[in-house]
Ligand binder design. Structure first.
Ligand code: ADP
Ligand code: MG
Length: 720
């Protein structure tokens, strides 16, 4: 047949001969042995394999099949049915070849016989086979029986020469593994090699404790690896894969939890005394009742703060769920203990907003200090002096607060708002900056980008997670509409009515190639267009990252206080901004935004009791942008959207991938292997409870495997 890969040579042997089992003796070091050492791998083949990423026996063993073909349906020649694919075995009776006159196709014809009859097997354009196939050879053939030029013949899809009478075929019989392959390295070559190293697989050591294997009814590693590559049945392959997936996830979870344990043993944080007057006054003074979820979150945080073990917690809650007030409570708790707390925000605008909120809700209870890059040198010096002396109890700011010259009198707590907006390095810097010998503050990370539990357990696997589900009562879901270009005027008409009622409007311009200057220019032009046309009777202003921060603060303050009706902005508006009177969010070029980002943008409205609207203008939708926008129309639930996002994009993309620390998984897929991941987490916790630090000699293989598999992946965490 056509399309068959070219001749593969295992050294001097015939390419399509079953590769003889290698005579290497497989001591454990053999896994590190180069594939070139295999008897039938020539230097050229070894080079191709190396280019493909396979250099050692171990590499090959870890190159798992993508899927399987079930070729167990072997038939006697007499029983072949027209049109049906099957495997037959037989002896070569006659080999011939001819060439069609018109289409100039070489046809190799081989008459094959078994106990029940004979059939003519045909190959197209593989003339070399006339030199390979000889009378008397035993063949196993996979193909389809069908009419061919007036007679019935067996069109061959795959074939192999059987060496021994009893030998099983590797490529055409039984359950056949299909490997990820390339032009240079065919699945057939890989399959042959895997058979050659099968003895090595059977000697693989098992990093998992045998008691666990027995209890979980899991095959040992050697059996599982062998069965994944060379299964006898599909069920066997499935079970084996499950075991290897669980192992991979378990090693990752043990790694993460081990790291957490080590951190918590290395450092201790101030255990805060029981809540007193200050925190009570704060709670009593709130202008609203906390929701049950906020109260539950407070309880979990309270328990952490009372311990000496440094808190490492992620507080996630949908946009508008009310995380800030929870953070402020914790900061007050630090202040009331005579210590200090820090609240870090990713943008100056957000830091300024938090400072205002703190002034309003905390006010006289604890003096707070705002530190951003826009302070004058003198203001900054004075602010830092108040922080260093302990006069300031709460410091709010951007990463300007992470600089070397910032000193604290007694830092008990760091809260990182919208923590996903901070780079990994910034998070590292934060932790390093705040650690003293043996001591470290409690750290609370907050995010409104809900993370599917699967990702929370991987990227943030060394953090505890608290979730604020739902939003305060009285909120109505934001009505989301995708507006066609020809309905744009109708949309504006609707928005004008909202403005007439005293409501406020955001207009977000498309994100353009990460370039803030182009985005800014677009926003300025859009603001001018809207002021001159559709919103000519309204007060329109623009905010973008190119403005001086004092100017931007001015605009934000005017919008917040109701002096502006329409705020045109770049996507910088996305994080955190809280203006309850704003009820319309217009997103231009919605197809250019990610799902999480769109949900964040939409979360800027619907924060008060008024009905709110999100109007999406999109041009040139691609398939995936279509899927994103549809998801957004269907649900207001950030957690559900996060799951959808994971489906649409795959886990690698969701968090900005490796940069954010998603470990590289060989077999497991977070979206698919969710149940296994949760189980792995439980088992990992169990193992580390039984043997904290994995110090017992019996745990040594497990610990070594963890370091081997995920040591470098966890590098940024281990540094932290
Ligand atoms: P996010 O979780 O997105 O950071 P915020 O903390 O900014 O949300 O809160 C959103 C809005 O909801 C703010 O205006 C805040 O004052 C208000 N809010 C918070 N908790 C409650 C509550 N329990 N009841 C009513 N409003 C609340
Ligand atoms: Mg917030």
């Amino acid at each position: 047949m056509t399309g068959q890969p070219p001749l593969h040579r295992f050294g001097g042997g015939r390419y399509d001969q079953r590769p003889p089992v290698t005579r290497l003796s497989f001591d454990p070091a053999a896994f590190a042995r180069p594939l070139a050492d295999l008897e039938h791998v020539t230097a050229a083949v070894a080079r191709r394999l190396a280019t493909f990423g396979l250099e050692t026996v171990g590499d090959l063993i870890e190159h798992f099949p993508r899927r399987y073909e079930d070729f167990r349906d072997r038939k006697s020649i007499r029983d072949l049915k027209v049109g049906e694919e099957a495997t037959i075995r037989g002896e070569v009776v006659r080999v011939s070849a001819d060439r069609t006159a018109r289409r100039r196709v070489d046809i190799v014809r081989v008459v094959v016989r078994d106990d029940t009859g004979a059939v003519e097997a045909v190959w197209f354009n593989q003339r070399y086979l006339t030199r390979v196939l000889q009378e008397g050879m035993r063949l196993s053939l996979r193909g389809t029986f069908r009419p061919q030029g007036g007679r019935q013949s067996f069109a061959v899809k795959g074939h192999e020469i059987l060496e021994e009478e009893s030998g099983e075929g590797v490529h055409t019989e039984g359950v056949v593994s299909v490997y990820p392959a390339s032009e240079q390295v065919s699945a057939k070559l890989l399959r042959g090699l895997v058979h050659a190293v099968a003895p090595a697989m059977r000697r693989l050591p098992d990093p998992l404790p045998s008691a666990l294997l027995v209890r979980e009814r899991l095959p040992g590693r050697a059996d599982a690896v062998t069965a994944v590559h060379l299964p006898r049945t599909l069920a066997e392959a499935k079970l084996a894969r499950e075991r290897l997936v669980l192992e991979e996830l378990l090693l990752m979870q043990v790694g993460l939890l081990l790291h957490k344990q080590e951190q918590q043993q290395l450092y201790s944080a101030p255990a805060l005394p029981a809540p007193a007057d200050l925190s009570r006054a704060f709670l009593d003074g709130l202008p609203f009742e906390l929701t049950a979820h906020q109260l539950a979150a407070l309880d979990e945080l309270e328990a952490d703060l009372r311990r000496e073990t440094p808190m490492r917690r992620l507080l996630q809650g949908d946009v508008g769920s009310g995380k800030t007030v929870v953070a402020l409570y914790c900061l007050i708790r630090a202040a009331e203990a005579g210590l200090q707390g820090v609240l870090l925000a990713p943008t100056e605008t957000l830091a300024a907003q938090h400072a205002e909120t703190a002034a309003r809700l905390v006010g006289a209870l604890a003096p707070a200090e705002l530190v951003t890059a826009s302070l004058t040198a003198r203001e900054r010096r004075e602010a830092l002096a108040r922080i260093a002396s302990g006069e300031a109890r709460i410091a709010i700011g951007t990463h300007a607060l992470l600089q070397e010259d910032v000193r604290f009198a007694g830092l008990a707590l760091v809260v990182v708002d919208e923590q996903h907006r901070f780079g990994v390095e910034q998070r590292d810097a934060l932790v390093r900056r705040t650690e003293r010998a043996g001591g470290a503050p409690h750290v609370l990370h907050m995010t409104a980008t809900p993370i599917p539990r699967t990702l929370a357990l991987t990227v943030y696997g060394d953090l505890d997670v608290t979730t604020i589900a739902g939003v305060p009562a009285g909120r109505q879901p934001v009505v989301t509409r995708l507006v066609d270009e020809d309905k744009r005027e109708v949309g504006y008409d609707f928005v004008r009515k909202q403005i007439a009622r005293g409501r406020q409007v955001y207009v977000v311009c498309p994100a353009i190639d990460e370039s803030e200057s182009i985005s800014a220019a677009t926003a300025v032009a859009e603001a001018e267009r809207l002021q001159a046309g559709p919103f000519r009777d309204a007060r329109v202003a623009v905010a973008h990252g190119q403005l001086k921060s004092a100017q931007r603060d001015d605009v934000m303050r005017s919008f917040k206080s109701g002096e502006l009706d329409v705020l045109v902005a770049t996507s910088l508006i996305e994080v955190g901004i809280d203006v309850p009177n704003a009820t319309v969010m217009i997103v231009e070029g919605a197809e250019r935004f990610g799902l999480a980002q769109l949900h964040q943008l939409r979360g800027r409205v619907g924060r008060g009791s008024e009905k709110s609207y999100c109007l999406l203008f999109a041009t040139a939708e691609t398939g995936s942008s279509q899927a994103r926008l549809e998801a957004l129309l269907e649900t207001n639930d950030g957690f559900e959207l996060a799951d959808r996002d994971l489906e649409i994009r795959g886990e690698g993309q969701v968090m900005g991938s490796r940069q954010a620390g998603v470990p590289d998984l060989k077999l497991a897929r977070l979206a698919r292997d969710r149940v296994a991941l949760l189980r792995a987490r439980e088992l990992a916790a169990e193992l580390l409870t039984a043997d904290p630090g994995l110090l017992a000699p019996a745990s040594a293989p497990l610990k070594a495997a963890v370091e081997d598999a995920f040591g470098h992946e966890l590098g940024w965490l281990l540094k932290a």
